[in-house]
Design a protein around this ligand. Sequence first.
Ligand SMILES: *[C@@H]1O[C@H](CO)[C@@H](O)[C@H](O)[C@H]1NC(C)=O
Length: 368
Amino acid sequence: MQAFLFHHRQFSFLLSLLLQLLQSHCNDLNQSPCPLGQRCSVQEGVVPAVIVFGDSVVDTGNNNNLETIFKVNYPPYGKDFYGGQPTGRFSNGKVPPDLIVEELGIKQVLPPYLGPSLPIEDLRTGVNFASGGGGYDPLTSELASVISLSGQIELFKEYLEKVKLMAGEKVVNTILSEGLFVVATGSNDVTNTYFNNPLRRYHFDFDSYTRLMVDSASSFFQDLYNLGVRRIGVFSLPPIGCLPSQRTLIGGIQRECVEKYNELAELFNTKLSMEVISLSQKFPSAKIVYVDAYYLPLDIIQNPTKYGFDVSNVGCCGTGTIEVAFLCKYTCTNVSEYVFWDSFHFTEDAYRILVREFLNKNLKNLIM
Ligand SMILES: *[C@@H]1O[C@H](CO)[C@@H](O)[C@H](O)[C@H]1NC(C)=O
């Protein structure tokens, strides 16, 4: 008994030492990575504004006033967003842009540019131009009747003019040179446009279609650069074949991950990361960083319990196998058990793991 107590005390001493070490490790921004999914102290005040472009993974309500089926400003969407407000976010709660500004200590949510008009204090810390249903391929946004990337950039220019009028050129220059710009799109190109539309599938193979996507992505980043943007985080495609909807539609009776879709995503991601490297060399004054949104989500989906989830092959809404947007009528009893909110989008809890990892791993590369 004595010996056990001694050992026990020694053990807990070692454990607390280890915890302290881990913590100080965490606090030092230069010593990443910090433990997966943990909040490590991200230096506050290093990013004056966050601006986001992309699709439904990052839309915070721009689609609400568009004539499109790609909008979700009704329950049960937003069930956990400040007591249950359906705001057009494609999840139960916050989505990545909100979590990024929250984690950076900037503000609680990233408002949609097309939402209610914003005071200058809110404009100068960043807004969101993302539009659910869009993609890198211009045809994707056209088929969905949503805002294309070129449309998003037009709105961004309008925003810059507005900020210039309200706060002056200096504020605009700070946003451009020190703001964090995030681009997250491309899934709809694969699921909606390439595999579902003869216009693309019969004229392009995997190689040429991913080329089309990357070329469009590249010219978008260059447009941003030419406007003065200097810090761009580019999210890769997720493992599209493991989205519950795609498992149901193409994964067979066992609802396996669709290898073909994951292959296309990996091929695109490889090309995208090479393009990002080549643009970084072309524009040495800019930080353009490729952000993995493939392997971490894949690990969460394959090992949900490791991250505190129980279910990763169906979403929380409806049967979880196919419902998204207006098909989503009722929900599971405990959303905390789920990686996916609907058959296409993550829950807030799962998004938070991704966002923390993104900031822990990439923020210093973006700001230094
Ligand atoms: C909901 O699920 C989470 C995660 O599995 C669990 O920690 C929590 O206790 C559950 N809540 C209820 C009310 O069952």
